[in-house]
Design a protein around this ligand. Structure first.
Ligand code: PLP
Length: 385
């Protein structure tokens, strides 16, 4: 019996459902105690001092850019191999964006390419204010090298760790901001831990956390310590910045908090699935995901590369076989919206080569061994054609 196997899928238990129901029966559906509890749990798990929940990683990336002062005339650089949100966040701030090519083995922002591009930009007086490296597939970028390159020029760093909660770098958890100013997680259902929709920004700097808290809720504060005008009564609050409503609801946070209990199990299962794919593909003309020695991936995605001449046929064979393969991602600058800004093919050769070869295979904790064997068998058939 053939049935559709998606590339990613949430795992929701009775405990998760009960946690959400409890909030529904409580006094606060939003702005209650569960969001701060979830923030604290994620901060602790990630070894970061502060965590600011948002209604999406996209919102979190936007307030992260705002907190670092990104504005009109500023430049932000990111990886071409990412979801459009990493780059759009800079555009929301009226900054301009550019892309740093990826390393051919990790598919993450290449530290050497970054260092060269920054040195050139310093000469041209066109340095970016912020760079946004992306931990593609859940494998951390080489953050020590990226940090060294950026720090030389006083450039700030936001890690787009949307794929990477539960991963580590240099045996420390992704999100600890050792080599960055802010790190952002996504809790969309295809990601490692879900809140339905949701995201979080982590930082070790209290000022950045405070600014992000303001900006996720209209730029409004009631904190007597920071009021700019005299308090006029118990009703009084101040809007001090132009913020947004990017708040996470307690209903969503309850799901996330309950899911977080299983993060270790989720990663363990994903590691097993990756190992089984690796083993199955050793004798096939398939490039399996190379792993950087400093990084332990959360395995959000398992991406293979195939002969570019067969890529489309292999992809279509798998889709026809009811396997929900996907491609993460077409280089962002090849999107029509970005081409209209003047971006053209050829900008990032490694990213474009990846795009001509990459296929994301099904990877999620509840993928059964039988389903995985079906996927492997169909890949073998597709490649042999
Ligand atoms: C999913 C994702 C986002 C956006 O996350 P949302 O929570 O859906 O806003 C941003 N960047 C990357 C790399 C992602 O994979």
């Amino acid at each position: 019996m053939a049935s559709f196997i998606p590339y990613g899928r949430q795992s929701v238990t009775e405990d998760d459902i009960n946690a959400v129901v409890e909030v529904l029966k409580s006094d606060f559906l939003t702005q209650g105690p569960v969001v701060p509890a979830f923030e604290q749990a994620v901060a602790q798990r990630s070894a970061a001092r502060h965590a600011v929940a948002a209604n999406s990683a996209t919102g979190a990336l936007h307030i992260a850019c705002m907190a670092l002062g990104v504005g009109p005339g500023d430049r932000v650089w990111t990886s071409p191999l990412t979801f459009v949100a990493s780059s759009n966040a800079a555009l929301y701030c009226a900054a301009s964006v550019d892309f740093v090519d990826v390393d051919a083995k990790t598919y993450n922002m290449c530290p050497l390419r970054l260092a060269e591009k920054l040195d050139q930009a310093a000469l041209d007086n066109t340095l970016p204010k912020v760079i946004i490296p992306v931990h593609l597939t859940g494998q951390s970028c080489d953050m020590a090298a990226i940090h060294a390159a950026a720090d030389k020029h006083g450039v700030r760093i936001i890690e787009d760790a949307s794929h990477a909660i539960g991963g580590s770098y240099g045996s420390e958890p992704v999100g600890n901001c050792k080599y960055s100013d802010i790190a952002v997680f996504s809790f969309h259902p295809v990601k490692i831990v879900t809140t339905g929709e949701g995201g979080m920004a982590l930082t070790n700097e209290p000022d950045l956390a405070e600014r992000m808290r303001l900006d996720r809720s209209h730029g409004i504060t009631r904190d007597p310590a920071v009021l700019e005008q005299p308090e006029e009564g118990a009703w009084y609050y101040e809007q001090q910045r132009l913020g947004f409503n990017y708040r996470m609801a307690d209903i969503n946070a309850a799901l996330g908090l309950s899911q977080l209990d299983r993060l270790t199990d989720f990663i363990k299962r994903r590691v097993e699935i990756a190992a089984a794919y690796d083993a199955a593909f050793t004798n096939m003309p398939v490039t399996t995901p190379w792993q950087h020695p400093e990084a332990a991936s959360s395995w959000h995605l398992y991406v293979i590369q195939v002969d570019p001449n067969k890529h489309r046929a292999v992809f279509e064979h798998l889709r026809a076989a009811e396997i929900g393969v996907n491609l993460h991602y077409m280089p962002v600058y090849l999107q029509p919206y970005y081409r209209k800004m003047g971006f053209r093919p050829g900008l990032c050769p490694n990213a474009e080569a990846y795009y001509s070869r990459a296929i994301s295979l099904p990877m999620f904790p509840n993928l059964t061994q039988e389903q995985q064997q079906v996927v492997i068998g169909e890949v073998a058939k597709a490649i042999a054609q």
